[in-house]
Every structure is written in structure tokens, then in C-alpha cells.
Design a protein around this ligand. Structure first.
Ligand SMILES: C[C@](O)(CO)[C@H](O)COP(=O)(O)OP(=O)(O)OC[C@H]1O[C@@H](n2ccc(N)nc2=O)[C@H](O)[C@@H]1O
Ligand SMILES: Nc1ncnc2c1ncn2[C@@H]1O[C@H](COP(=O)(O)OP(=O)(O)OP(=O)(O)O)[C@@H](O)[C@H]1O
Length: 266
């Protein structure tokens, strides 16, 4: 069975308080985008994981798909499987690529082996693999809060716009981005601000990680400025970075960025 895990962007990201468990409460809007991996799982005589495409850092057993298999195996009588992942979603990009693979793995195993898991049960399993994973079970635009794994539905459709995603040759780890963050309670919730006209988002909707990540990575700040100069209605770093997206009325000419960066016209 083959599925195509997609990436996400964060529209707004406010870190509101530090939690006793060492995580942070935050507010963000998760929005699915059309940059995808390919994930295949077949029955096998032993568990294996292989990948092609982008090199995935870390050991095979640390891959979130393999962690997902061992997690489900504790509760279900699963046969060994061969997992193959073709990695296309940029890594360490703030695009949730690994988290998406993990969530799609849960969805695929539920279908393939008829585990009978509900959406809520799959979401609970996904939460255990990472704060970003749960969103990808339902995989639709949502307002997320707490660790980023509790959701309120929203109506948000950006299909009338052109979204461009720029990925510089830089890797920002989630842990690095959280270091130096000062949690700040929000005055106006993103749940309300997202309903404001998109032309007002530039002054209303912020990503708190920009203040810490831009300090060490001026090139990421530069990309955001370049997207606004190219006519973006709204631009922001996604998640903990390093990718930056721009929302345009028409497809912009960003050839000057394509030399040093991966540019995705979505
Ligand atoms: C910040 C976001 O990128 C927004 O999309 C995500 O919530 C991060 O989700 P993620 O990459 O799945 O993060 P995890 O792998 O769960 O956590 C990595 C590290 O990020 C920090 N972390 C993550 C999420 C969160 N709400 N608070 C945190 O403090 C913790 O130090 C944690 O050990
Ligand atoms: N299937 C996977 N794909 C990519 N990375 C994975 C995977 N499984 C585990 N990882 C590990 O997770 C780390 C972060 O991966 P990911 O690409 O999800 O980060 P990200 O795009 O910054 O996501 P986020 O928005 O959640 O911060 C990688 O450096 C890698 O070591």
C-alpha cells in the first residue's frame, strides 16, 4: 500500500507559556501544502526500513515511521513489514515532514491491517510520536493550541492564492528554535485573527520563532524581505524554520532566489 504524506505550513505561531513537562503551550494555524513524500508498506518476513530521495539524518530505528510501528505493535498483533519512504519534503524546514510520515504511517497501518482505529484513536497515537504529528491524521486547516496537538476547526481556503515556499540550504532544529524563546501570553487569539482580511495579516499575524532564528540565520530574514519585495500579501517563516512561505495574488518571478534555494511554486 502506498500513501503520499504532505507537508504543512504554520500561519502564525505564538509561544504562550512554558509547561511543567518542559514543552510549551502555543497557538498556530496548520495549513496542509502540496509538497509530498511517498510511503510504501508491504508485509515482509522481518521489519525493515529503507529510504530514497533526501538523506534522512539519524538511525533507522529513530525514524518516526519505525517508532510508529513499534508503538502500534505493543497493542496489535502486527506482522513484520518492509517500509520504504521516498523523501521529498525538505528536512528541518518547519514543514512537519517527519511528523507527516508518522501520521500517514498510522493511517496506512490502520487501513492495511484493519485495526479499526477511529480518527480520535489515531490522533492519540500520533500525539505520542510528536507535537506536530496529530494534525496530519485529519490533515485539514486547523487552529492548534496546547503543545500544538489540540485543535479547533477553522474555515480557511487559500486556493485562490499562489503560495510559494522557499527553502534555504540551512537546517534549523526544533530544539534550537525553542532555545531563547520568551513565552508571551497573546492579546488577540490567532483563532480570531485568522478571520481578518489577508491584507491585514502582515501587521497582525507573527511567528515568534523569527526573533530567535533570524538572529542566527540572516539569510532566512532576507528571504522573507525578498518575498514581500516580490509582492507577497503575507510572508512568514514556517514553524521553527528554515523554510519561508509567501502568499501572492499571482505567481511571482523568483528566479533570483532559485540559484541558492529550493523554490516550490504550490
Ligand atoms: C513548534 C512546531 O514546529 C509547530 O509546528 C511543532 O509543535 C514542533 O513539533 P515537533 O517537531 O513534532 O516537536 P517534537 O519532536 O514533539 O519536540 C521537539 C522539541 O521541541 C520542543 N517543543 C516542541 C513542541 C512544543 N509545543 N513545545 C516544545 O518545547 C521540545 O524541546 C521538544 O523536545
Ligand atoms: N520520516 C522522517 N522524515 C524526516 N525526518 C525524520 C523522519 N523520522 C525522523 N526524522 C528526524 O526528525 C528530524 C526533523 O524532521 P522534520 O523534517 O519533521 O523537521 P521539520 O520539517 O522541522 O518539522 P517541524 O515543523 O515539526 O519542526 C530530522 O532531522 C530527522 O532526524
Amino acid at each position: 500500500m502506498i500513501l503520499f504524506p504532505n507537508a504543512k505550513i504554520n500561519i502564525g505561531l505564538n509561544i504562550t507559556e512554558r509547561r511543567p513537562d518542559g514543552y510549551h503551550n502555543l497557538e498556530t494555524i496548520f495549513y496542509p501544502i502540496d509538497i509530498k513524500d511517498a510511503l510504501e508498506v508491504v508485509k515482509s518476513d522481518k521489519l525493515s526500513f529503507t529510504s530514497t530521495g533526501l538523506e534522512i539524518p539519524g538511525l533507522m530505528e529513530d525514524n518516526l515511521c519505525v517508532k510508529g510501528y513499534h508503538m502500534l505493535k505493543q497493542d496489535y498483533d502486527l506482522p513484520p513489514v518492509s517500509i520504504h519512504l521516498h523523501k521529498h519534503i525538505p528536512i528541518g524546514a518547519g514543514l512537519g515532514g517527519g511528523s507527516s510520515d508518522a501520521a500517514f504511517f498510522i493511517r496506512l497501518m490502520n487501513d492495511k491491517f484493519k485495526l479499526g482505529l477511529s480518527v480520535d484513536e489515531m490522533t492519540d497515537y500520533a500525539r505520542r510520536l510528536g507535537a506536530d504529528c496529530a494534525f496530519f491524521i485529519e490533515n485539514k486547516p486547523v487552529f492548534a493550541f496546547e503543545r500544538g496537538d489540540e485543535f479547533e476547526s477553522i474555515k480557511l481556503d487559500l486556493s485562490a492564492y499562489k503560495i510559494v515556499l522557499v527553502m534555504p540550504p540551512v537546517h534549523v532544529s526544533t530544539g534550537e528554535a525553542f532555545r531563547g524563546i520568551k513565552p508571551t501570553p497573546v492579546k488577540d487569539s490567532l483563532f480570531d485573527l485568522i478571520n481578518e482580511p489577508i491584507a491585514d495579516w502582515k501587521k497582525l499575524i507573527k511567528n515568534d520563532f523569527e526573533q530567535t532564528v533570524f538572529k542566527n540565520h540572516a539569510e532566512i530574514r532576507g528571504i522573507k524581505a525578498a518575498l514581500y519585495e516580490a509582492g507577497a500579501i503575507y510572508s512568514s517563516m514556517s514553524g521553527t524554520g528554515a523554510s519561508v512561505f509567501g502568499i501572492f495574488a499571482e505567481t511571482p518571478d523568483l528566479k533570483f532566489l532559485e540559484e541558492e534555494n529550493q523554490v516550490f511554486y504550490l
